[in-house]
Design a protein around this ligand. Structure first.
Ligand SMILES: Nc1ncnc2c1ncn2[C@@H]1O[C@H](COP(=O)(O)OP(=O)(O)OP(=O)(O)O)[C@@H](O)[C@H]1O
Ligand SMILES: [Mg+2]
Length: 533
């Protein structure tokens, strides 16, 4: 690859002559003549200049999002510039060891495509007003410029640029260190850091080989993921956004987070760990998701704790709020505003998962985890949103064998039979099985570790039995208490009935007596009247 100095030799004698005229004119003519000459000179140069220039800015769009084209060109050129550019910049670090080199500002290199020569240069423009600051200037603009002869315009715009983008992406993918992102609170989104996500290198060692679970289920999940990652054309053909949702549920310590790490390692994806409680509202959530890259897994852990799924939490906060309601109307208003602000609603989340926004930006996997699947709103986990529901449960014998292989490097042992039947009788999480199997000192051999597990399983079985007995006793006591209360109630009702009868009888007696008395009185009166006549 030749240096860009060659570019000028291609401009030919016309440009050379023009430059010479310009220099002479500037030296020998007075200033007021220079000004009007310069105007015409630039027009002539533009007319005679036989090249097309294309600029690629580092940031584009209203939201000043980093341009993907810029990063791809950077990767593409870094390969080329390592061999030819004189000033290089070491800015990205791969495998924490080898720095990745790229072309420094104002450096230029040439490239060749189908026999056509093109020139690339890196630029940086500084703001007009300089200010003293510790931080890099926000107004600083970086860009690459591609220069090519006019007659190759079509080839360059139609084929060369796509070739650069594709190669650049491939180099990026090969080189990139996978990252684990976590969302920043929105007050940190602007200003110097200007980032919605913070990241660290993703170095979780879990893989599907180290994941202890049912072998058939494991294979099924792996195939599902691989099929998804290769499904670009398929998804385009059936008219679906290229994304897939997984719901991982099960008790604590059954490997939900480990499975997410294994998924990322299998597919070579980044992980975005989205903390929903730090997101104030639906629009913020949308912005966060728009700012994720393709080939990524977006994770919302413990989804049941992160969002008001049923409306109950909302009611609860309102009730709580009433308890210490401020009397001052201004504070009350501020509190109300705050309450209104900190809300990501279920519908907002659903919209982000499979609304129109969700299709922006290429392949993505969304994973929700929960310990309580029954608490989740069916709308959230219906197929199409969470396409695959995976239950991670207590350790089975298949899962134990994976641990035995990984932790103790054994495929069989005389204690395996006993362990298998104990695992069938009692519930122990993979996390607990792993902890018991792990050698605790250099003196712990295979036998010791397996025996420790057997003991732990027996203890767990005993405990579970005791717990079941206690529960049964408690249930029986409760039942007895209920029966007692029932019979007391019945007795009371009975005695109430008796009282009523007594009362009713009393009233009837009184009525009969009154009647009798009334009749006697009337007879006496009639008699008296008769005597008088
Ligand atoms: N299925 C498994 N395979 C391999 N290791 C496991 C498995 N389950 C648990 N572990 C081990 O137990 C530890 C805890 O597992 P993990 O964090 O994946 O559980 P979890 O299901 O995400 O739990 P929680 O619901 O509390 O978040 C991990 O460090 C891992 O080593
Ligand atoms: Mg977890």
């Amino acid at each position: 690859m030749a240096m860009v100095g060659e570019l000028w030799s291609h401009l030919g004698s016309t440009m050379g002559t023009l430059m010479l005229v310009y220099t002479l004119f500037k030296q020998f003519f007075p200033y007021h003549l220079q000004v009007s000459f310069e105007k015409y000179f630039h027009r002539i140069v533009r007319f005679a200049y036989p090249y097309v220039e294309i600029t690629f800015d580092e940031f584009t769009g209203e939201r000043m999002k980093r341009s993907e084209a810029y990063s791809r060109i950077k990767s593409y050129l870094s390969d080329k510039s390592t061999a030819s550019a004189k000033r290089l910049k070491a800015d990205v670090v791969k495998d924490s060891q080898s720095p990745v080199l790229s072309m420094d500002s104002n450096e230029e290199i040439t490239d060749e495509f189908q026999g056509v020569k093109v020139w690339w240069s890196a630029h940086r423009t500084l703001p007009k007003t300089q200010r003293i600051s510790w931080y890099p200037n926000d107004d600083e603009k970086k860009y690459y410029r591609l220069t090519v002869h006019k007659r190759h315009r079509e080839l360059i715009t139609q084929s060369y640029i796509s070739h650069v983008m594709m190669e650049g992406k491939e180099i990026e993918t090969k080189r990139r260190q996978r990252k684990l992102y976590s969302n920043n609170p929105s007050q940190n989104w602007y200003g110097y850091r200007r980032s919605k996500w913070s990241n660290v290198l993703f170095e979780h060692p879990a893989t599907f080989d180290t994941l202890a679970m049912d072998a058939k289920l494991k294979e099924e999940i792996k195939n599902d993921l691989i099929k998804f990652s290769k499904g670009k054309d398929y998804y385009a053909r059936i008219g679906k956004a290229w994304k897939r949702g997984y719901l991982l549920y099960g008790p604590p310590g059954t490997g939900k987070s480990s499975m997410i790490a294994a998924m990322a390692n299998l597919l070579d994806y980044d992980v975005y760990d989205l903390e929903l409680t730090a997101v104030k509202e639906n629009t913020e959530l949308r912005r966060l998701l728009l700012d994720t890259s393709s080939k990524s897994i977006i994770v919302i852990e413990d989804i049941d704790c992160s969002i008001d799924l049923t409306g109950q939490r909302e009611k609860k906060t309102e009730k709580d709020g009433n308890e210490d309601e401020p009397s001052d109307p201004v504070t009350k208003r501020v509190k109300e505003e705050e309450k209104k602000e900190s809300k990501v609603t279920l519908s907002g989340l659903l919209n982000c998962i499979d609304g129109l926004w969700s299709s922006c930006g290429g392949e993505r996997i969304i994973v929700f985890t929960t310990n309580y699947v029954e608490k989740l709103d069916p709308a959230l986990i219906r197929k199409g949103r969470m396409d695959k529901h995976i239950e991670l449960s207590y350790c089975c014998f298949d899962a134990f064998k994976v641990f035995a292989k990984n932790y103790l490097e054994i495929d069989s042992h005389s204690l395996f039979g006993e362990i298998e039947s104990l695992l069938g009788e009692t519930n122990m999480t993979p996390a607990d099985v792993a902890e018991n199997l792990m050698p605790k000192s250099d003196y712990d051999d295979v036998e010791t570790c397996l025996k420790r597990l057997v003991e732990a399983l027996e203890d767990a079985k005993e405990e579970a039995k005791k717990k079941a007995e206690d529960e049964a006793r408690l249930k029986a006591e409760k039942e007895e208490e209920k029966q007692k209360q029932k019979s007391v109630k019945e007795e009371k009702e009975q005695s109430g009935k008796d009282d009523k009868e007594v009362k009713e009888n009393g009233v009837a007696l009184e009525a009969a007596e009154a009647k009798e008395n009334g009749v006697a009185l009337e007879a006496a009166e009639a008699k008296e009247n008769g005597v008088a006549h």
